[in-house]
Design a protein around this ligand. Structure first.
Ligand code: IPM
Ligand code: MG
Length: 358
């Protein structure tokens, strides 16, 4: 069996707790000879700042680039909130995304049947919900130059540049087109073209790309309207194609449809590698208490098997296990504040259900 090397970044706060549960699954697959994965660890974010005074070491960026896939748990800790940009934990994550050219971010929004009653929306609005958010990940105001702080007539200002090139829009649109072809053939492209030049270029470029794809139904939607429509009638969406910043915001909003942000995984892809991480953050308020939901992390591992390690059957096994454990009524505290199991008990339950299938 082909050996695969993966690099694991446990990161900050709840990161190490949830990664432990994903590793239980990897270890089991290795023991059962279903995989031959060797994994190594590296620090990112506050964990790296503590040790090396940088949110990610250049060596580790290179190590990540050489690995077959990357698993990342969570980045961010209030300890370094007031640091300058290059010394903030989040800078490590952004540097990693950029260094690896991970321009595609896939955030599937789906609802487990057993959790229909847990959404903030009525269950008929979300039953069988199946949306995929395709977020451009290494452009936009996140990376645009110039940026910084300066003085204008004695008044201090902070400024950023929202910027997309046609080629950046083209490559993410191409990915969304392929995704839509395997789904309901519908793309909603998000922008703020009524106000922003950057969005106008986005919209024109998407339109030009779509001329050749008349089998796909394309609509453009302003981001403010999209925020409303996601809450009003989420099932109208199939593929949501979005710039970086709008995608960051809309994906948090969409996560609430599913009951808990602790359930949603993501994949970030370049043309040759992938990084897999939950869409949630590092949740300092609940770190270290054994109450975190590890399912977004475990489902991110499932996405790794599907997208990068070429083992879709293992991805299916993990997803089925998660579904079954939730059907059995086992929940972590984010879903059930009175009657709940711990983070590690949830990991064990998932493993039990995986073992039954192997
Ligand atoms: C996300 C996160 C990150 C982002 C942060 C941690 C930098 O919110 O992946 O959605 O803004 O992209
Ligand atoms: Mg976010």
């Amino acid at each position: 069996m082909n050996k695969k090397n993966i690099l694991i970044f446990p990161g900050d706060e709840i990161g190490p707790e949830i990664i432990t549960e994903a590793i239980k699954v990897i270890d089991y697959f290795n023991e059962s000879k279903l995989t031959n994965i060797s994994y190594d660890f590296a620090d990112i974010g506050g964990a790296a700042l503590d040790k090396y005074d940088t949110p990610i070491k250049t060596d580790d960026l290179d190590k990540a680039k050489k690995s077959d896939a990357i698993l990342l748990a969570a980045v961010g800790t209030p300890k370094y909130d007031n640091n300058p940009r290059e010394k903030k934990p989040e800078y490590g994550l952004l540097a990693l995304r950029k260094h690896l050219n991970l321009f595609i971010n896939i955030r599937p929004i789906f609802v487990f049947n057993s959790l229909l009653g847990y959404s903030s929306l009525k269950s008929e609005l979300i039953s069988d919900l199946d949306i995929v958010i395709i977020r451009e990940l290494i452009g936009d105001v996140y990376f645009g130059e110039p940026r910084g702080f300066k003085d204008i007539n004695g008044d201090r200002v902070g400024y950023n540049t929202m910027l997309y090139s046609e080629s950046e829009v083209q490559r993410i649109t191409q990915f969304a087109i392929e995704a839509a072809k395997n789904r309901q053939k519908q793309i909603t492209s998000i922008d703020k073209a009524n106000v922003l030049e950057c969005s106008q270029l986005w919209r024109q470029t998407v339109d030009r790309m779509m001329i050749k794809h008349s089998d796909i139904d394309l609509q453009h939607m302003y981001v403010d309207n999209a925020a409303m429509q996601i809450i009003k009638n989420p099932k109208q969406f199939d593929v949501i194609l979005t710039p970086n910043l709008f995608g960051d915001i809309l994906s948090d909003a969409a996560s609430m449809l599913t009951g808990s942000i602790g359930l949603l995984p993501s994949a970030s892809l370049s043309n040759d590698t992938g990084m897999f991480e939950p869409i949630h953050g590092s949740a300092p308020d609940i770190a270290g208490q054994g109450i975190v939901n590890p399912l977004a992390m475990i489902l991110s591992l499932a996405m790794m098997f599907e997208y990068t390690l070429d083992k879709p059957e293992l991805s299916k096994i993990i997803k089925k296990a998660v579904d079954e454990v939730l059907n059995d009524g086992y929940f972590t505290k984010d879903l059930s504040s009175k009657d709940f199991i711990s983070t590690s008990q949830m990991g064990d339950k998932i493993l039990e259900r995986i073992k039954k299938q192997c």
